[in-house]
Design a protein around this ligand. Sequence first.
Ligand code: AMP
Length: 283
Amino acid sequence: MRILRTKAEVRAAVHEARSGGEATGLVPTMGALHEGHLSLIRRARADNDLVVVSLFVNPTQFGANEDLGAYPRDEHRDAALAEAAGADILFAPPVAEIYPDGFATSIHVSGITEVLCGAHRGPAHFDGVATVVAKLFQIVAPDAAYFGQKDAQQVLVIRRLVRDLDIPVRVVACPIVREPDGLAMSSRNAYLNPAARQQATALNRALDAAESAVARGETRADAILERARAVLATAEIDPEYLELRDPEDLRELDAVETTALLAVAAQVGKARLIDNRILSASR
Ligand code: AMP
């Protein structure tokens, strides 16, 4: 695996692969790699000839009071894990390579960014995500790019960006990878002390409770959300949001007619955690 720092080096490497007829897969990450990231890299490895993993803690997607400074960084460890999972290139640029002096452009995807994490973290978050991902698509020009369903709203934002700006990349969403006790893997789980780590398992259990209610025939959003909220309350978690929304356009749903996205965000100890589940009506 090669570690590249500049856009020019990445372009040259991908260009060479493409002229040999090779397909390129891109896995964008902010590092602190865990099995969730590695599942994306393995999928990219299975689908492509050249696998590029980007490692960039993107400052523009962090709010002023968020954890940019504290975000876990260990490039040496990440490089070893990415290589073992099948990466050919680790693109780990310095901030000035992505945002040179005078950088003045931002991409805003409207509508679907105005709810859930967009409403709670503010519009700058998804603007930062859309802008950096658009830049990575321009730099790497991958045939396919791999994202985790853990960040369900992010996947929708990227799909919309790709469609609206006619970017020729296939967006592949991969399943959420969980710890043995169900907690969705996240780089931010490192912030949890043992008590908060235990408390955090309630997020997945809340989604389970909602899913069981739907499996038993419940369709009303109020009743489904109440089941999930009760599990969170038992763990003394007051969610930032817990909402049932259309999995494609994120409009709020009163009922699960076919499928629904149940999404939750909560501050647990020092970590802001998110999780979600696609619910399917049992009929
Ligand atoms: P991040 O480094 O947190 O920006 O995440 C990079 C990519 O990994 C994103 O597409 C995430 O959705 C994905 N990802 C993070 N956690 C998980 C997980 N537990 N399961 C699957 N994908 C994940």
